[in-house]
Design a protein around this ligand. Structure first.
Ligand SMILES: [Fe+2]
Ligand SMILES: [Fe+2]
Length: 180
């Protein structure tokens, strides 16, 4: 999904805004995937429209969702860790937890993709496959809900408060580079 251009006067808050926006898009795709599984017919047959929508959600999880974890792990968190600031020092344990949770969601995304691909190939999901996908999605949504709340409410505002404009521009460039 293309990102809307940010106004140039918003450079300092732009990386935070982009990462916030990623969260909302991710929530949207998780919700769509859950709805698609719920709306599968009783015989589990995958219609053309179901297939298209599910493939779009899978593509988002495979690409944008992973880029987002890289944006945080490789661009945002290291700059925050290097900031000499008392508030950052107090958030270091949270950064470690968030990084650990990224590993957990990547594994869940992989498992979800594998299970979803099997049904797409057969154009049908057995009741067991459907339950497996729903369980994986529940686990993903549970981790993400808590995870994004911490980032939205604490980590992104902290970054906006303690990182300077040059660092914010540098994060912004990393984010753009990753999507080229
Ligand atoms: Fe994260
Ligand atoms: Fe995030």
């Amino acid at each position: 999904m293309p990102r809307p251009a940010a106004p140039t006067s918003d450079l300092v808050s732009r990386p935070k805004g982009l990462l916030d926006q990623d969260h909302r898009e991710l929530e949207h795709h998780l919700e769509v995937a859950a709805l698609l599984l719920e709306l599968l017919p009783a015989d589990g047959r995958v219609s053309a429209s179901h297939r298209g929508a599910l493939e779009a959600a899978l593509a988002y999880f495979r690409r944008e969702a992973i880029w987002h974890t890289r944006d945080e792990e490789l661009s945002l968190f290291p700059r925050l860790r290097r900031a000499r600031n008392r508030r950052v020092a107090a958030a270091l344990a949270q950064l470690a937890t968030l990084t650990h949770e990224h590993e957990a969601v990547i594994k869940l995304h992989e498992a979800f993709e594998q299970a979803a691909a099997a049904g797409l190939k057969a154009a049908r999901y057995s009741p067991r496959q459907r339950r497996t996908l729903q369980r994986l999605l529940r686990d993903l949504r549970a981790i993400y809900r808590r995870h994004m709340e911490i980032e939205d409410r604490q980590i992104f505002p902290l970054a906006a408060a303690v990182l300077g404009p040059a660092q914010m521009r540098s994060i912004d460039r990393d984010i753009a580079q990753r999507r080229r």
